[in-house]
Every structure is written in C-alpha cells, then in structure tokens.
Design a protein around this ligand. Sequence first.
Ligand code: SF4
Ligand code: SF4
Length: 377
Amino acid sequence: MQYRKFPGTDITASVLGMGCMRLPTKDNQVDRAEAIRMIRHAVDQGVTYIDTAYPYHGGESEVVVGEALSDSWREKVTLTTKLPVWKVKTYEDMEQTLDEQLSKLRTDHVDFYLLHALNGDRWHFIRDLGALDFLDRMVEKGKIRYPGFSFHDDAAAFAEIATAHDWKMIQVQMNLLDEFNQATYAGVKKYCGERGIGVVVMEPLRGGALARRTPDEIQAIFDTASEKRSAVEWAFRWLYDKPEFVTILSGMSAMEQLDDNLRIFDQAQAGCLSEADKAMLTKVREAYEKRVRVGCTGCEYCQPCPMGVKIPRIFQGIDNACMFGDAKDFAPRYAKLVEENADASQCVACGTCEGQCPQHFPIIELLAGIREEFKGA
Ligand code: SF4
Ligand code: SF4
C-alpha cells in the first residue's frame, strides 16, 4: 500500500480509502458481519483511511463503522464523517449532530469533519449559520481534528468555498469522466494543489459505472494500450497518476472488489501514466461521453420524492443501458418501477428534487421524456 501526506496536517493516509457508502447488503440492510469483516480486512492490508457520513445506508453506515473500529481498530485509521448540512436548522443543531455521530462511531473525535455535499446555496446557508465558528470550536474541544468540506457544484462555487477558510481537506467527485465537471481537475490543482490543501476523491468509478461491462467500442480503445489492464484499473490509475489526490475512496460492496482494489493500489504510482496512456484515456472519456444519456451519479440527494419516484434508479438505469448497450435494455427494469409505482409517470412536477441535485439536472423534463419513451413497458 502507498501512503500520502495531507499537507498542513500531521496525517499520512493510504492512497486507497475505504468508502462506506456502498457496504455489502442482505435483505436491503447492511450485512453487518460482512461489512465489519471487509473493513477490518482492509485495515489489515494497510488501508488507513475510512470515510462515512450521516445519511449513508439510512444512518447505519456510521453505526457499522463504529462497531468495526471498536476496541483498538480506531487507533489504526484516519476517520472522516460529515455534517448533514441539509438537516441543520440552528447553530446548536451542529454540535448535537456531531455528538450523535461520535456516539454512533464509538469514538471521542473524528480526524476530518466535513460540511457534507456543499453547493453554493448550502454553503451560504451554513456559513451564515456560523459553521466556521462551530468548526473552530469543535477543533478546540478536540471533537474534530481538521475541518473540510465535500463538494458537488460547479467550478465557480468551488473557487468561492475553497478560498473561504483554512480548510485542511476537500473531498471532490473526480474520475476519468469528470475531469471537466464539478470542481474540475484544473480547479483542484489551482485551489488545492497550489494552496496546500489535501484532496480526497469520491466517485472514482462514477457511481460504479466504470466498473460495469465495458462496451466493445470502448474496449477497443483500451486494447490499443501497450499494457493490458481492466477498465477499473485504468480508472484508478488515471486518478493515482495525479499527486494532488492524497486518498482515493472506493465504495466497495464485496470482498473480491476490495482485494482487486488492494492489488491495483499496491502496484500503481504517482506519474504512472505515459503520454500514450493519457491520450488513450482521453479517447475513452470522449467515447463514453457520447453514450451517456443523463450522467446521474446515484448520490440520492434528490430523494425522497414525495410521490415516491425513484429518480436515481430511473436515471442510472437508462444511463447504464445506454453506456453498456442500448436504451431499450432498460425496459425490464422500468417495468419493475411501474409495478412499484415508482416510475416517471408518478411525477407531479413539484420541483422539490431539482434544487437538491448537485448535477443540476432538469429532472422533471428528463422524467417526462423517459415516461413517453417507455410508455407501456
Ligand atoms: S418534481 Fe417529480 S420527481 Fe421531483 S420531487 Fe416532485 S414529484 Fe418527485
Ligand atoms: S438525479 Fe441528481 S441528485 Fe438524484 S441521484 Fe442523480 S445526480 Fe444525485
């Protein structure tokens, strides 16, 4: 395992981080025994960075992480969780929420505490509520070691937030397909690399999309490389190559994925891509971009919908079908959503979801198109 230092802190962490947003499940619940076995196996194999958050797995992720890190496991890792900014109404709510999280995590402090999923509006709200003062006070009290934020918005919002405080860590969505989206890689280099702020990457496989079946036309591009590697390995190497990224989170749902990631991260190095590799990966991105219909990451910030529309399942379903085959491949899965009364026809265009989407998708319009396309599915 390779390790990198967070500039301006005393923390050095494994480049592979265990993301606890997609833990293994059984009967729609976290499979606790398997999740704990995976987290401890990761730590045994050198992973020292564990990431969770208040809403993951409906609140169960923090509980399971706390159980996995009980006894002496906590001391072996850098632990990050996040303030659910959308849940906070008053200044006092912030410390109460943190205390609840520390209790679930069975610890008296977290190493990084992030304002979760900031966009421009959320930032202005939580800043005006006194979040920076709250973070400073929690550092003084020893409940958190370093403040940071995670981010889903555009490059202008990123510049504003990144320069507004002495952040010690920033978590961004970044992958082979998102070089020019959200914070953008250029924004990360400018506002984090040049200012000495460590960066953690989330969604390295674009919500798992890059790990699924590789379409023939894209496999043909990968096949032009001199070294034969899986699409997952190329996606991680694209990130690993860049020294600004201290830790790359992988939301692993099975032990085989964890072992495969451990192998990939053991072998890769910063600067591991040749110019020919970079050119090949640019062609891969361009080919994928032509195939994606929506680009939904499945973050679920648009949920719950008051009418029960399962927006992420609809958008990710159509994206996956388009990326890996054809839109009509989505029909059987759409029929299942119809059975559950969770399909696009349930939408009454109330607009609640659109303000929550970090990708700013015109959700109502997209749903209307899908409703027409799959009428009678
Ligand atoms: S606009 Fe439609 S999908 Fe969005 S929250 Fe309202 S009913 Fe649900
Ligand atoms: S539609 Fe937007 S908010 Fe909803 S899951 Fe997709 S990316 Fe996230």
